[in-house]
Structures are given as C-alpha cells and as structure tokens.
Design a protein around this ligand. Sequence first.
Ligand code: G3I
Length: 396
Amino acid sequence: MSFKTLVAILCLVPVALAQQPAWAQCGGQGWTGGTTCVAGYSCVAQNSYYSQCLPTGTGTGSGTVTSTSGGSSPSATSTTPLNTAAKAAGKKYFGSATDNPELSDSAYVKILSDSTMFGQITPGNSMKWDATEPSRGTFTFTQGDQIANLTKANGQLLRGHNCVWHNQLPSWVTSGNFNAATLSSIITTHCGTVVGHYKGQIYSWDVVNEPFNDDGTFRQDVFYNTLGQDYISIALNAARAADPNAKLYINDYNIEGTGAKSTAMVNLVKSLKAANVPIDGIGVQAHLIVGQVPSTLEANLRQFTALGVEVAITELDIRMTLPATDALLAQQKKDYQTVIAACRAVSGCIGVTIWDYTDKYSWVPSTFSGQGAALPWDANLNKKPAYDGIVAGFAS
Ligand code: G3I
C-alpha cells in the first residue's frame, strides 16, 4: 500500500467513527465522540448534556435536530397551503397551537406566520390560569399578548385557551379551601378579567376545558367539588359579559366518537341551553392514535351540531409508536384525511387546529414515552405525508 493510499484511508476513519448508531449518544456537554448518525437517523439534543440519534422525522418535545445524515423519509407532495384548502372547503380556518418559547425559532415562526397556511392560532399555555393569574388578583398578560400580537400582525384568528381547567392551576386556587360563594367570585373575576383583556381580539374561547371523566361523570376537581356543575355556567356567564362577541366553547378530549363522554357533553349543552346559559360551541380536541380514528367521528360531530352549536376540532394530533416507519406515516396520512374529511362533511364544523404543527415542539413524546411523530411537519420542519392527507381531506 502506498503512503498516499494509507493517508487517504486514515482520513476516512474519523468520518466512519463519527457515524453514531441508532439511539446512541451523539452530543452533549463534554461529549467527544461522533456527532452525526447512521442513515435514517438524526442527532437530536435532548438537553445540554445529551443528544441522541433518533429516527429522522421523529424528534422530541424539546429536541433540536443538530445533524441529519443519509436516509430519506417520505415527504408531502402537495403545494396547497392548509388554510387555503380549509377555506376552499367552506371552513373558517385551519390553525395551529403555538407556545412562547418557540417564538425565538425564526424558521418555525416563518411557517407559523403564513396566514395561507394557518388562519388561526391557539396559545398552548400562555392564557391558562397559572400563566395569567399566578397569585390572587395579580394578572399577567405578557406571554398571551405576545401571541395575540403575532396573530394580529399576521392577520390570523385567535382562539383563547382556557378559562377554567383542572390542570395548570396555581396552588392558591387548588389549596385555598374556598367556600362556594368565594370560589364563584374567584371564577367570575378570573374569566371576566382574562376574557375582558382580550375583548375584541378573540374568535372563540375554550371557557371550560375538560369537565368530564371518560365515563361521562363530571371530573372531581376543585371547581366541581365546591360548586357542582354550576361552575360551568358561572364561567360562561362571566365570559359572555366580558366579551359578548367571542364564541364560547366547552372543550374536551375523548369525545371524538360517540360514547358515554360524548353523550355527557350533549346532555350538558342541552341543559345549558335550556337554562339560557351562553354556549356557542363544542371543542373536540382529537389527540388521536395512528390507526385508531373513531369510525363514528362524523356522526358524532353531527349530533353535536344538531344541538344548535358550532363544533371545532381544537387540538388535533395523531401519534404513533416510534420509530416512524413508512407504513406508519402512510397510515397517519390516511388518518389525517379521515379526520379532516369528517369536519369538511359537517357544515357546523367550522375549523381545525393542530396542537402545534411540527414534531419539534409536540407535547406527545414528553407525555407518552416512546410515542411521537404526531404532527404534519417533522422535527426538521419538513412536511410529512400527513400534510397531503389534510389537503386531500379538505378536497374530498
Ligand atoms: O412553565 C414551566 C417552566 O417554568 C419549567 O421550567 C418547565 C420544566 O418542565 O415546565 C414549564 O411548565 C410546562 C408547561 O407545559 C409550559 O411549558 C409543564 O411542565 C408542562 O407539563 C406543560 O405541558 C402542557 C400541558 O398542556 C399541561 O397539561 C403542554 O405544553 C400543552 O401543550 C398541553 O396542552 C393541553 C391542552 O391545554 C388541553 N388539552 C390537552 C393538551 C395536551 O396535554
């Protein structure tokens, strides 16, 4: 072997060593090993100490893709923007949730801000109780305002999320041992102030979020345990008084298909209407699983709109067990198409919001271990086959 050949081979060695295998570490503070991954895998930062080779396109909740090597995932071919597709199908919007920390990612914001793609935005966290009234009577709107201002600048609709929810409550609410009269006034002040702050800027509010258990009974949270179901009308009345033009919704998950929880929602809306409590819409969250879209989705949306309220799909994502194979991505495309086609077919289903648009910022992997890839854009902001499914659903 000539000296030249030896040098050439030696030069190749570090490159070969740098290709980390699937799932291996590929970066992080103090890491001296390889920083790229074998074909089909990308190096994704989990935190400042650890980056891991994950299947390209899957990403993690907070992961940042630091390198991608080889392999190619199937991608979308449609060039029709999603809000344009929704409007052509007679809907008010196609939208996305977002969250404040992501707004420093300029490539992400560029896509989010395209109003032909997203005609509506929902703040994923920054209008919730812990963000807006962290201590009693002290209201903070900086983060919510950042998102409201973004939608204004982009000409996008804004959904408010949310007034009253069992989760993300400051401890002064959950541990205050308030009697019914005091808690009622706390709800009225909270919803009145938050909805009032955004008066005129909001298309619709998730006034009450997730009031039911999966068996259709009311969730036993601090509101229900203190006030019974009256807390729902207290919140809705306060919201109506604060912004008469905002559509007021009750929003829940596992009410995509017919069943006990959907029946409970029907009965609640009937009773609110009978009592002249303001209620304009039912939000169907739709945190779904690939291959498991309920077959009764369209029929269920119809039974909701038959109550005389509008319906929106408010938090759509369709997760899978990782890694994201071509077959799973193809099934996911079908599932997105099925969900969108069901909304398209029901005239009172006014719009669809995905719970963020990219796997880079999805809530799924941090909540369901080993699952993810739930959104139509992958963690590198490339469109997945699911994107084509959405376009096809609006066109069908
Ligand atoms: O704000 C703290 C931050 O100070 C702290 O450093 C960090 C450490 O983990 O946590 C931050 O709070 C996180 C919060 O999001 C804001 O980023 C919470 O841990 C985290 O649990 C929380 O998750 C949110 C989740 O609601 C809470 O239940 C998700 O981002 C949000 O997407 C998700 O959204 C809900 C809808 O509101 C209702 N329907 C279900 C949907 C998905 O869970």
